[in-house]
Design a protein around this ligand. Structure first.
Ligand SMILES: C[S@@+](CC[C@H](N)C(=O)[O-])C[C@H]1O[C@@H](n2cnc3c(N)ncnc32)[C@H](O)[C@@H]1O
Length: 219
């Protein structure tokens, strides 16, 4: 990845966390649903063996709450050191790092990437998915969420990839996904086991945003 560009996004995410934008303390209900409905019963492992989980782009670490540290070794990785500091403080039973080499040096039974692969430039998302694939055990699982292109706000003229100008997550990148782009991101490395879209509307039935939740198995 381009070092300077990466450093700019790292700084933008650090500022965002320092401003308190994303210090969520509850796990994503939909990631819980994907894990229990589509993945958990399919995971193969030796009895008594702890399952290893990578939370890619973990932010303040909220999704580590899904996994009991007696049964799972969770590693959260994020580009933002501010996020990693928060996560380490919030969830001391789990391990968090901003060091890419550290997360890449291990193997996982499951990776999750909740709202993270759509929070970076497209080429970084492609590289990140390739990295995630290479760290998964054979037939390992991958749960991810991606914001759908119909969520594009009018002020951005329907562009697919935008640099956020609002105060919330300012100067970070948001990229949008239709089904073609989802397949370009995941195939042929992964088989998509389940996919559904959650649509959020306001009380006037106007679309706020919608988000895909995907459960995949590594080929
Ligand atoms: C919208 S937040 C989601 C955080 C967390 N997954 C959650 O659901 O609360 C997007 C996260 O992606 C991280 N991120 C952005 N680019 C990244 C990259 N190239 N590598 C790793 N993490 C990245 C950001 O630092 C941020 O924590």
């Amino acid at each position: 990845m381009d070092k300077q560009k990466n450093e700019n996004f790292k700084q933008a995410w650090d500022s965002s966390y320092d401003n308190g934008d994303n210090n969520l303390r509850y796990p994503s209900e939909e990631v819980v649903r994907c894990f229990y409905k589509s993945v958990k019963s399919r995971m193969n492992h030796e009895s008594g063996e702890k399952l290893s989980v990578l939370d890619f782009g973990c932010g303040a670490g909220r999704n580590s709450l899904i996994f009991d540290s007696n049964d799972y070794d969770v590693i959260g990785y994020d580009i933002s050191t501010s996020a990693i500091n928060m996560a380490s403080k919030n969830y001391p039973d789990h391990f968090f790092t901003a060091n890419e080499k550290e997360f890449m040096s291990r193997k996982y039974h499951l990776a999750i990437a909740d709202s993270s692969l759509d929070s970076m430039p497209w080429l970084d998302a492609v590289t990140s998915v390739t990295n995630i694939y290479s760290t998964l055990h054979k037939n390992g699982f991958f749960i991810l969420s991606l914001i759908e292109s119909d969520s594009k706000q009018k002020e951005y003229n329907g562009m697919n990839d935008i640099l956020i100008k609002d105060d919330f997550e300012k100067n970070t990148m948001q990229i949008y996904f239709d089904w073609v782009r989802i397949e370009r991101l995941l195939l042929p490395m992964f088989e998509i086991v389940s996919a559904y879209k959650v649509v959020h509307k306001d009380s006037n039935e106007d679309l706020l945003f919608s988000r895909w939740y995907l459960s995949c198995r590594a080929n």
